[in-house]
Ligand binder design. Sequence first.
Ligand code: ADP
Ligand code: MG
Length: 327
Amino acid sequence: MDEFDFINKLKPKQLFQKHVKVGIGDDAAVYEPSVNMNQVVCVDTMVEGVHFLKSLSTPTEIGYKALAVNLSDLAAMGAIPRYYLVSISIPSSWREEELLGIFKGMEELAEAYQMDLLGGDTVSTHDKLVITVTVIGEAESHVQTLRKQARDGDIVFVTGTIGDSAAGLAVLLNQLTLENEMFEKYLIHRHKRPTPQIRAGRLISTLHRASLNDISDGLASELHEIAEASQVGIMINEVDLPISEELLFVKKTTDINNWVLFGGEDFELVGTTSQESWDELKRACNLEGIKMTKIGVVSTTYSDVLLKRKNDHIMKLEKSGYNHFKK
Ligand code: ADP
Ligand code: MG
């Protein structure tokens, strides 16, 4: 494979953002930031065999997810996505067609958000494919949806439904079979093609104050991060956790609690805000058809992350890992 030929094929035919001055093809890219906006940037790496398996995902699905997980981080900062850069280390076991498939998966999502590929790096490696995606977004200079901003009395909220992605992975790994093929497909889709909650993040960014995190490592883990950074306690209610119809179907025969609380990779947003701002957020989300659920409260009278079970029994939620649930 010719590296220059390959890079040429990555060059976008058109640019969405008019502020790009130099795109792919020179030593570095140049763009003009928008006035009164802060630049928000993050990077994430996916390693073959660790974060994805070539046997379970198509190149397009791998590419889609590599960009999606980064967009989810931008969403949690209330930012608008603008640009991305891709560094890829390629072993000889991957064909050019497959590599272009990875970029196609990213393009799909990039187009939806009008993001431009500004550059990257291409190297060869001996063993596994490694892909590192950097994204650049913008948020109004006053916007800060930080983990440390939870306060006593806040409402804890979450977007969408949780637990689907981990259940989808279990289906992919043959650890879970459903009697319903459509539902299996849905759960797998939630694992392979998570939707970054950019719009919800933008709505939350307009609130007077909010703490926010995206759910990559699991609800319990993200709540712990907020609680630790803000030095508060959090109590969530099991009955209020938003579960999809598909996962409720699984629940008839299987314990889903570990997926819901610790599964991760749902890439929904979890955060906290005042009662007043919650009312405002709920209204805004209703208008836009965004599912937003109150799942608990913040309190400084305790310092742990707690789960109130269906029988009113209160248990401590560990940061991660498997919890044994008593009935
Ligand atoms: P340099 O030697 O200056 O680092 P490269 O040959 O690595 O240049 O890259 C040439 C151009 O192609 C640069 O604009 C770079 O950003 C872009 N590029 C290289 N690899 C990728 C990639 N995987 N994705 C996007 N752009 C890339
Ligand atoms: Mg280079």
